[in-house]
Structures are given as structure tokens and as C-alpha cells.
Design a protein around this ligand. Sequence first.
Ligand code: HEM
Length: 398
Amino acid sequence: MTVRLNLFAPEFRANPYPFFAELRRQPTLAQVDPLGFWAVSRYADVLHVLKNPQLFSSTGHRGPAEPEWLGRSNPFADSMVMQDPPQHTRLRALVNRAFGPTALSRMEPRIRAYAEQAAAELTLGRPVDFVEAFALRVPASVIGELLGLDASLHPRFKRWADDINNTSSTPPDAHEWHAQIRGTYAEMEQYLKEVIAERRRSPREDMVSELLAARIEGEALTDAELLGFLFLLLVAGLETTIHLLGHSALVLAERPDVFARVRADRSLVPRFIEEVLRYEPVAQTLMRLTTAETELCGVRLPAGSHVMLLLGSACRDEAQFPNSERFDLDREGPSNMPFGHGIHFCLGAPLARMEARLALNALLDRCGGLVRDATPVQWHASIVVRGPTVLPLTVLPG
Ligand code: HEM
């Protein structure tokens, strides 16, 4: 018998982990409502799918990402995260260097400065929304810099990213919402096209200039591909890192013992980040489409089946992580699973880890504790990412 799980049930949204634990105990695949996708919950099975991109394609989202009301092609739907080889291989090779160690060390001093400024401007001693006051600031500055957009535009990024994320999940009759989303595409495209044209005229030492100059076997990125990549960075790189910082703050508030250890010994910060990534995986689900008939966990899936990988469950799989439901600062070794696996492994993983390390160190320099009050946390409504969108906290002076 097939087990079913309703992704939109309020009790699942509030805390998906007990539901995931139940799914992992089942011998077979679950189907998720209301979409009917096949859900993969165990670490080993998720890994199997990610290791076989020829059988589990990344182009499954294309339809919903380009609804008719959008009235245009969606640059994000054409970006590399939704491509299979050989297109994906070529795009990834072209952009790889922009996220390599040399590019990262060039960015590090500026990210540190953003982090220190955000920490210095935090209101201490009374409740703030930690997301607005701190978590958003470093990732927005970093993405703004990568996209080459002026700092005055940073406050708009969150809305832009939300609108693009919502393209595939707004109801068909939400006409006002559709108009807003269409406006966002046009606005972003206009700004980004200006950046691309300007860097073409006078290249600088920045990512857009480097990507314009990059060649693989004599071939460059087209303007449309570069635009798609910049859209992807905003969606993949902003909200995810904001949520990583939000989850980190929640753990620090709920576990004063962890706070005290990490604050006293900063060499524990990277280990802390790895455990937050595992314990609260920001990217909760990934989609794939089967290219041929195949069997998964005893279920025969015809070609064209939608498969939903529950990273949120894989990262809590006790077969892989003993005492998996516990946040354990002493857990050995990083797990890369929160960033995916294989050909689509997160391009920004080293950048996200660096941003989180610099932001948390700057926070710990100024803060003597994080205290939650009774005001509830508000969670992101998406089924793709999980993280607090409003996080009421008091930051105590250090
Ligand atoms: C891909 C997670 C931050 C850029 C991915 C994937 C995951 C992921 C799970 C795999 C998608 C798939 O297999 O379909 C995360 C998490 C982050 C984070 C948890 C932060 C906590 C970032 C940042 C950037 C970024 C900061 C860049 C600024 C990308 C790109 C891809 C990707 C470009 C597509 C790679 C490809 O298709 O080859 N990310 N990400 N991510 N991520 Fe991230």
C-alpha cells in the first residue's frame, strides 16, 4: 500500500520531521499530496537518485515554471539548475571559476566588513526581528555585489527572490499577484541587462565581467544564458543563506550550552554551521523527472514520473546520522547532503559557508546571548525551502 503525505497540512508545515521519520520507517515510497509526486525519504535512496542524472532528469519543473500568465519565457527556467548534460556541463564549466577559491578569497574582506557593519547596527537588549535586523543583510550585500547591482537596490532583493520563487506556486486566478510577478521580471531584467551592457563596455574586476570573458573551447555564454544565471543566483543564493543564519540564531537561542561553547571557542563555528545545515536543511526538497521506467524502493515508476527528494528527511536519517534528531555539536565530519550531490551540487556551497562563518563570528563578537520570547516564529510558506521569515529575538549585549 502506498503511504501518502500532505505537504500543505499545517502540522506538517509547523514541524515536518516526525512525518519524515514515519516515512523512513515505511518499506516503500510515499506519494505527496496535493501534487501526487513520489517522495524519497531515506539518505541512501536520495543519494541513488542524485548519482543517476541520466535516469532522473532536472528538467521536471519546466512546465510549472513557465505558466501561461507569465506571457514570456522565464530566464530562471532556462538556467543550469534545470538543465541536463550536455547543456548543464557547458554552463557549469563556464561559471565554475567565479565561485572558486581565488574568487572567494577576493570577496572575503568585503563580506567580513558587511558582517561587522550589520552586527554593529543591531539593536541590543530589546526584541527585534532577527531576519530583518541581521540575517538578511549579509546575503543581500553579497548577492548585490555578485549581480553588480547598486546598494540602493538591496532592499528590493527579497521581494524579487520571493516573486520568482512564487512563479510556479501562485493560483491561476491570482491576477494581481501575477501582475506583480510580471513586473518583477521586467524590472530585474532591465537592471541586469544594463549591468551586462555596462560591463561589456568597460569590464571591471567583478563576476559579471569575468563571466562575459569566460570561454570553454572558444565558446562564451550568450547574454540570455548570463541573464538566466544571474536570476538563478538571486533565487538560489539569497533566501537559502538568510535561512541558514535564521536557523543558526534559533539553535543558539534554544541551546545556551551550544551558544556558550561556540562563543568561547570560535574554531567550533564551522562545525556548528555544518550541524545547523544537517539539522535544519534549508533546501528541503529537490525535483527530478524519470527519463525511463525504473524501480525505486520497490515501486515501478514509468518514464515521466515526478520524483521529490526529501533532503529534509535524508539529513535526519538515523541510518546515516546516529541520534539524528538531536543537534550535536560534536558530530563528526560535514555532510554535504544539504547542498545536494553530483553534477548539480550547490555551486555556492563554499560561499554560503564563508558568509555564515563571517556573519556568525561578527554576531558572537557583540552578543552575549540570544533570547526568544512568546511571539511565534513565522515560517516560509514554500515546500522547497524551510526557514524563519520573522524571527523575534532579543540580542543581549556581550
Ligand atoms: C544548487 C542548496 C547557497 C548557487 C543547489 C542545490 C542545493 C543547494 C541543494 C542542488 C539543486 C539540485 O540538485 O537540483 C543551497 C543551500 C544554500 C545555498 C542549502 C545555503 C545555505 C547558495 C549560494 C549560491 C548558490 C550562496 C550562489 C550565490 C547555486 C547554484 C546551483 C545551486 C548556481 C545550481 C548548480 C547546478 O545546477 O549545477 N544549492 N544553496 N547556492 N546553488 Fe545552492
